[in-house]
Design a protein around this ligand. Sequence first.
Ligand code: MV4
Length: 601
Amino acid sequence: MHPERPVELTAVFSKVLIANRGEIAVRVIRACKELGVGTVAVYSELDRDALHVRLADEAFALGGQTAAESYLNTEAILDAITRSGAEAVHPGYGFFSENADFARAINDMGVTFIGPKPEAIEVMGDKISAREAAEKVGVEGVPGTTDLITDPQQVRDFGAEHGYPIAIKAAYGGGGRGMKVVESEDAIEAQIESAQREALAYFARDEIYMERYLTKPRHVEVQVMADSHGTVVYLGTRDCSAQRRHQKLIEEAPAPGIADDILAAMGADACKVAVGCDYQNAGTVEFLYEDGAYYYLEMNTRLQVEHPASELVCDIDLVETQLRVAAGEPLGFTQDDVTIRGHAIEVRINAEDVAGGAFLPSPGPLTALTPPDGYGVRWDAGYLAGDEISQFYDNLVGKLICWGKDRDTAIARTIRALEELVVEGVATTIPADLAILRHPDFAAIEHSTKWVETVLDLTELGGSAPAADTDETEPKVRRDVDVEVNGKRFSVAMWVPESAMAAPSGGSGARKAPKRSSSGGGAAAAGSGQIAAPMQGTVVKVNVEVGDSVSPGETVFVLEAMKMENNVESDVEGEVAEVRHAAGDSVGGGDVIVVITPAGA
Ligand code: MV4
């Protein structure tokens, strides 16, 4: 769909530096190559041989292993830009993509930041000014206030007027951290305290504000694109409601089951917000959608992970367009030229072990990786077979994006392609992805942002092939299995690699494993009063003292783990006999924190 635009054979830039790694660096490098643009990769010590480095024309070492030492090392990246002579920098997503200071530093060097102006990044950088920017152009958020909460009375007053539940959010937060739900008046103080503590821990600022809490919203977002000549368009919508703990699992475009006039109004509102902050380049305006109404949430001032879903239904290469508008080209089309055709589904394949619904990181070598193909199938990955997923970075292995003439076709195709995809050496989220795609609620669009965590049962999931390891040096363990021969049962002994005992090995796909407790190794059985940490983490607060009476379901301590605060509850009625850990202690999964003597024991 590029009407009247002649194919531009002149390179938009002579050379672009990609300040990122993995899948998105590869995506940008490919787009540059197609435009005849030279590519410069940067890499950490661990990424010396990574795919993005292999594909780029040139590569500069940043040194370091962790993200902070490498891809977030401003000085090293600015130095690579200077030394490479790159004319422009693409930040990808994450890392420096939404850092106004970084964008400004690049612009000050006379180099183009492929993204919005620093001022737009700043306005959208905190939720309160982002909300005010939208209100200024008449786009409404969830009913609430942009005033900071300084007194619990403000929340009481808001509750009296709008009712409960109320969401308390971190003003300078993101990714759902620092958001707490107040179900009733008596929980106000505790939730304020908890929201502030989480906000302070993650964002080093504890300002909070409030909104009405929507109990079953869908996450619907609008892709926008703006050139430097005042043209702003939206390139359809996406639904990203299939998520767990703020990690998106599956995204689709367009947002399904929402009337066309509502989607069009949302698109128009997204463009208004973009115009209001003098936006340029690609951006995403997020909304919550519930019961036919939508509410502005925030704007992400970067290209997003899920951008390919929009590309497939709009037939527009978003990265190519980013490069062109950053180089000053006009968009060359208007809103009327944008049409949505069919349906696209993107599945994120992360190196995580979903067994028992745990989603534990599973770094390691990709001993095998065979992507699917066929009609309507796209595979965007940062790795090839033989590459390694490092524990130090995001563990996204790749994204499978499937197009279909309608949503049902796209779902069927995505399932088919996922069943073909072979990933070995690391566990992946494929079993969870399949569970979502095969679920009737997903087919019927009856899911919400809460659905994966509250409705979908992942506890029966097995792992997905941590290793098809036949390494003879690996210790073997004896395992007795029952077999049936001619209708008769025999128990036979097998010697299998130790790693195969941790999770079933073999190909990808959903696989049944013995039901596992999600509370991790060594955790106490229900009702014992031995209240353990469900996973490795840091105790942020212990709510009880020796001698206290507790009832089942009462929060006895708060554990910060996997970037979230988790309330750990008593499983019995009884009296606290021991408190083994205090706030600040690092604890392992299964460590008993509080011992409760059950009543009557
Ligand atoms: C909400 C909400 C319900 N009501 N605000 C979480 C992340 C942050 N960006 C906004 N979030 C939410 N804000 C009100 N007033 C529910 C969520 C929410 C959510 C939003 C989008 C995607 C996934 C989510 C998962 C849980 C909660």
